[in-house]
Design a protein around this ligand. Sequence first.
Ligand SMILES: Cc1cc2nc3c(=O)[nH]c(=O)nc-3n(C[C@H](O)[C@H](O)[C@H](O)COP(=O)(O)OP(=O)(O)OC[C@H]3O[C@@H](n4cnc5c(N)ncnc54)[C@H](O)[C@@H]3O)c2cc1C
Length: 485
Amino acid sequence: MLDVCIVGGGVIGTAISRELSRYQLKVRVVERNEDVATETTKANSGIVHGGYDAAHGKLKGFFSAKGNAMYPQLEEELHFGFRQTGSFVVAFNEGQEPELDRLLENGIKNGARGLEIISGDRAREMEPHLSKSVTKALYCSTAGVTSPYELSVALAENAAKNGVEYSFYTEVNGIEKVEDHFILHTSKGPVEAKVVINAAGLYADRISAMIGEDDFTINPRQGQYVLLDKDQAFMTDTVIFQAPENGSKGVLVTPTVHHNILVGPNSDYIDEKNDVATTSDVIAKILKAGSKSIDAINTRKVIRSFSGNRASSDRGDFIIGETKVKGFVNVAGIESPGLTSAPAIAIHVADILKEMGLELTADPNFDPTRKPYKRIADMEAEELNNLIAEEPAYGRVICRCESISEGEIVDAIHRGLPITSVDAIKKRTRAGMGRCQGGFCAPRVMEIISRETGLSMEEITKQGEGSYLLTKRSKDALEKGGQDA
Ligand SMILES: Cc1cc2nc3c(=O)[nH]c(=O)nc-3n(C[C@H](O)[C@H](O)[C@H](O)COP(=O)(O)OP(=O)(O)OC[C@H]3O[C@@H](n4cnc5c(N)ncnc54)[C@H](O)[C@@H]3O)c2cc1C
């Protein structure tokens, strides 16, 4: 029997799993998709917020300020990609300026650090492409950007190295409380655990309802984005928010951790939790709103649009705690700033388990570190030549747009989590993230996954079930008479 079963392998489930891997516990994460970070965690702004925005007195305010402070050490230990770029909240007129004072005060109460109100001119000295209409800005030096999926992968790999089991393609369909433990009925059979942690994102209300705790609902709130090519990185290296209107953070223009530019999101409630379609009218609105902050947005430089759904609860705050059903813990309604808050939430959840009576004995073998990738794109010629001499696979470039070598892909496959999709490699190495979006490298990536894992080419998917890239070999079809070729 497991001590703890975590439902959901987003940033919340993976952060909790890594935190619990410090202790002598038997922990498993069950995730219905093919990898970690496949839903909300894969499509968001990637901002490590300063902690001034979420209201003081709410869990969001408390955990975002605490989470923000944990990122530098986490990056040192796990090497997932975090840059402390700083952020601006900009006002365009005197009417908006009091919002900056309100955020500053709120941030101080939350314990946020590095806050200062500066003039529009000073902000433009720091970011010359900032609109001339900006009159004042709230600057936060501790805000930054990260790669949400690389963080989740890093947390999960480190947890796996420290003994946590990851079970993909494992959907929880029902949960039974039996005396002092739970039986989770999953698509891969029953799983028994003393404690269940519900970190199921948009579906956390359904998981909670499985044990009769149905006193909240999760409503999907969509955010669409456009991603601009790296040659637009000159636009800004600071995260730029606009002064909030009607409680919304509005459209931001931000660098990504890998030096693309991201513009978005909108904020609209939708009916379907898993509807991640983008629409041309919303994209047009986002680009127009973004152009208010930076007037250099070149729409010809858009390389991708995407969308993610916030798990907004009807309680208006994070829902974290043991339920009336002893042993069942909800970590639900984790909308923004959930990514920022994840490491702090994870520590809080471990404290909750302790208070519930679960014995948390430190594991003397716990290793908090994860080895960094050898990224050939970042290497000087001499370093690269030495590496290729030792490991020739680093000399074979597979993704030309992002300069990703075979060595990096092979490394990604052997880091402790099962790899069955092209997107799993994309998340770990960036192969397929560039201008051609995988058009050239996907078949090579599939060949490497097949060779290294023993999966057949037909078993490898783009992004999990139903997204097969090859259905059958054309030669087989030809032999049958050519109808399907
Ligand atoms: C548009 C947008 C912008 C955002 N921007 C930011 C930002 O800049 N900074 C910030 O701090 N936060 C931001 N957030 C919030 C942040 O992305 C989320 O708080 C965070 O990703 C939530 O992670 P999660 O693990 O709770 O959910 P998810 O990533 O959705 O993970 C839940 C997992 O549970 C699995 N699951 C569901 N049901 C089952 C089942 N029955 N059986 C097994 N598995 C199941 C799912 O497959 C999924 O992988 C943003 C969110 C959005 C949508």
